[in-house]
Design a protein around this ligand. Structure first.
Ligand SMILES: Cc1ncc(C[n+]2csc(CCOP(=O)(O)OP(=O)(O)O)c2C)c(N)n1
Length: 314
C-alpha cells in the first residue's frame, strides 16, 4: 500500500504529540495539578496512531483505561482531554470523570472503562445497534493482554461471532498486566483465543505505525463489508510503570533496553529520513508539537474547576 508523504508526516506528528502529552501529564502530576491515578501509553504510540487513522468518522471507538493516545489519534481535542484529566470545567466531560472514564461525543468515542472487560458488552451493544440501524460503521474495541483473561472477553467474542457484529477487537499486547507477564496467565496468544470463536484475526508489530495502519485498515474493511467481527493483536511495550506508583521491579533491565531500542517514534523518524523526507520537515513537525503541547497545558492550567468544588478541600 502506498501511503502519501503528508500522511506519513501526520503519523509522525501524532506519535510525537501523544508522547509529549503523556510526559506533560507526568509534569502535572508531580506539581499537584492532577488528582488520582493515570495510566500512560509511552512506547505504545504506533498502536494508537496506526489504528486511529484507519477508522472512518462514523466508526465508534471504545478506548482502554490507558486511552489518552487512542483518543488523540482519533481526533479528540487534547486541550479538552488534558482539562478533563485535570478535573477542569472545560474538560471533555466537564471535569467530572478524569482520565479513565471520559467519552467524546463529537468523535464517536463512546467511553473508556476503568473496570477491565466492561468494554466488551458495551461493544456488543454498539455492534448490535449498528446492524439494527443498518449503518456502515464498525465498533473499535481496545483492550489489553491482561484484560483478555476476563470472562466478559469470552462472552463478547461469542456474541460478536454468533450475531455477526461489526466489531474490531484490538488487543494492545504490551506484555504485562500490571506486574504479570502475559505468558504467565495465557497459554496461547490472544489472537488464538479469538480463533476459537470463528473470528478472523491478524497480528502486527505494534511498534511499526505503517504496519499497524495497513493491517487495521484491511481488517476493518473486511468487518465493514461482511458485518462480521475481527481481532488484531498488536505487540508492543509500555515503557513506564503501570501507573504513577509503579517502579517496575518485575521487569528485567535487558528487556526494557531491548524495547527502547525498538522505539516506534525514533524508528519511524529514521525510516522517513531514509525515504528522503528532508530533516527540516521533521524538525518543523517537532517544533509544531512543542508549541501545541504548551498551548494545551496552558489551556488546562488556566481553566476553572467546576463551581461545585469551590468549597472542597483537596
Ligand atoms: C475488573 C478489574 N480488575 C482489576 C482491575 C485493576 N487493574 C487495572 S489495570 C490492570 C491491568 C490491565 O492489564 P492489561 O489489560 O494488559 O492492560 P495494560 O494496563 O497493560 O494496558 C488491572 C489488573 C480493574 N481495573 N478492573
Amino acid at each position: 500500500m502506498k501511503i502519501e508523504e503528508s500522511k506519513k508526516l501526520q503519523f509522525l506528528e501524532k506519535m510525537i504529540f501523544i508522547r509529549q502529552f503523556e510526559y506533560k501529564i507526568i509534569d502535572f502530576a508531580r506539581t499537584g495539578k492532577i488528582y488520582g491515578s493515570v495510566h500512560l501509553c509511552v512506547g505504545e504510540e504506533a498502536c494508537a496512531v496506526g489504528t486511529g487513522f484507519a477508522f472512518k468518522k462514523e466508526d465508534y471507538i471504545l478506548p482502554t483505561h490507558r486511552g489518552h493516545g487512542q483518543a488523540i489519534a482519533r481526533g479528540t481535542d487534547p486541550k479538552k482531554l488534558l482539562a478533563e484529566i485535570s478535573a477542569k470545567e472545560t474538560g471533555l466531560c466537564k471535569g467530572r470523570v478524569g482520565s479513565m472514564h471520559f467519552f467524546d461525543k463529537e468523535n464517536n468515542i463512546v467511553g473508556c472503562q476503568g473496570i477491565l472487560g466492561a468494554q466488551f458488552p458495551i461493544a456488543v451493544g454498539v455492534g448490535l445497534a449498528i446492524n439494527l440501524r443498518k449503518e456502515d460503521s464498525i465498533a473499535a474495541c481496545y483492550f489489553g493482554d491482561g484484560t483478555s483473561n476476563q470472562g466478559l472477553f469470552y462472552e463478547g467474542m461469542n456474541f460478536a461471532s454468533i450475531w455477526d457484529l461489526p466489531i474490531l477487537f484490538i488487543c494492545l499486547n504490551n506484555l504485562y498486566g500490571m506486574g504479570t507477564h502475559y505468558k504467565k496467565t495465557c497459554k496461547i496468544d490472544i489472537y488464538e483465543k479469538a480463533k476459537l470463536f470463528g473470528i478472523k484475526t491478524d497480528t502486527a508489530d505494534g511498534n511499526d505505525v505503517e504496519e499497524v495502519y495497513e493491517k487495521t485498515l484491511k481488517l476493518s474493511e473486511y468487518i465493514r463489508k461482511n458485518k462480521k467481527p475481527g481481532l488484531i493483536e498488536l505487540y508492543t511495550y509500555r515503557w513506564l510503570g503501570h501507573s504513577a506508583l509503579d517502579s517496575r521491579p518485575y521487569r528485567p533491565k535487558e528487556e526494557v533496553e531491548e524495547w527502547i531500542k525498538k522505539d516506534p517514534i525514533k524508528r519511524y523518524e529514521e525510516k522517513l529520513l531514509k525515504e528522503g523526507i528532508p530533516v527540516e520537515e521533521i524538525d518543523a513537525v517537532k517544533a509544531s508539537v512543542e508549541k501545541q503541547i504548551e498551548e494545551t497545558a496552558k489551556f488546562a492550567e488556566e481553566s476553572p474547576f467546576p463551581e461545585f468544588t469551590k468549597d472542597m478541600e483537596i
